[in-house]
Design a protein around this ligand. Sequence first.
Ligand SMILES: NC(=O)c1ccc[n+]([C@@H]2O[C@H](COP(=O)([O-])OP(=O)(O)OC[C@H]3O[C@@H](n4cnc5c(N)ncnc54)[C@H](OP(=O)(O)O)[C@@H]3O)[C@@H](O)[C@H]2O)c1
Length: 261
Amino acid sequence: MIKEKFNLANKVAIVTGASKGIGEAMARGLAEFGAKVVISSRKQEAVDRVASDFNSLGLTAIGIECHVAKKEQQEELVEKVMKKYGRIDILINNAGTNPYFGPIEKMPLDIYQKTMDININSAISLSNLVYPVMKNQKGGSIIHVSSVEGLHPSKMMAAYNISKTALIMLGKNQAIEWGKDNIRVNMICPGYVKTKLSAALLEHEAAYKSFLKNAALGRVSTPDEMAGLAVFLASDASSYMTGSTIVNDGGLLHSPLIDNF
Ligand SMILES: NC(=O)c1ccc[n+]([C@@H]2O[C@H](COP(=O)([O-])OP(=O)(O)OC[C@H]3O[C@@H](n4cnc5c(N)ncnc54)[C@H](OP(=O)(O)O)[C@@H]3O)[C@@H](O)[C@H]2O)c1
């Protein structure tokens, strides 16, 4: 049955940056389809709270602290998950940051480096830690949460945009190198989603107005609207998809080239 392909029972999923926002919604989606989810972020207290909420809904979740730019915490995360469940089937590299809004020529290099460490370098190293596990299991699904900003430039956020473009190319390279091991790697590019991360943009009146004008659906999305895609890409329903970049942006990237016609 095709419906059965969406079933994630007996699968173990790690979701980074899952204490709130898009990561939390994706983790809940996976858990509702039967996965055992590992909620991860920088703060143990925050991930414990989400895991406990999920468990009280009858879902299966544990919280494990991991700052994704800290290699030793990544290693501990994978070790703890293997100790608890003995397998990893799904990895969602979702944790991200956008600390600099300003012109390129004034961008401090240390902030640029921090952005790259969290948004792209962490995805390389965490995927590399999970790779031997998935290879040994003869399969797995890795999802990178990129952004429409990785496909199309906006002013004042070059560091973020560069990191999100790099994440897409990382996934394409992983897809062609790891396809032989039945490990699929796909990318999700959300448009604007109402979360803490997007607050600076969405609370800026002029930026918000221009966004509303350009998005075909004329609104921002909720984190929940990103979850179905994560379930699909994590599951066997997408068993032939790898190296793909899926845009989920309310039509933002189709903003008309000619207006008022
Ligand atoms: N919101 C949007 O409009 C939008 C659009 C396109 C793409 N995205 C992407 O979607 C992803 C999630 O963003 P969001 O909007 O859901 O943000 P959010 O609501 O601010 O949540 C960010 C999550 O990441 C965690 N986090 C932050 N830094 C971390 C680090 N160094 N290590 C581990 N966890 C960390 C945070 O938890 P702690 O504070 O507990 O660590 C939190 O759980 C990001 O990659 C972002 O670039 C967002």
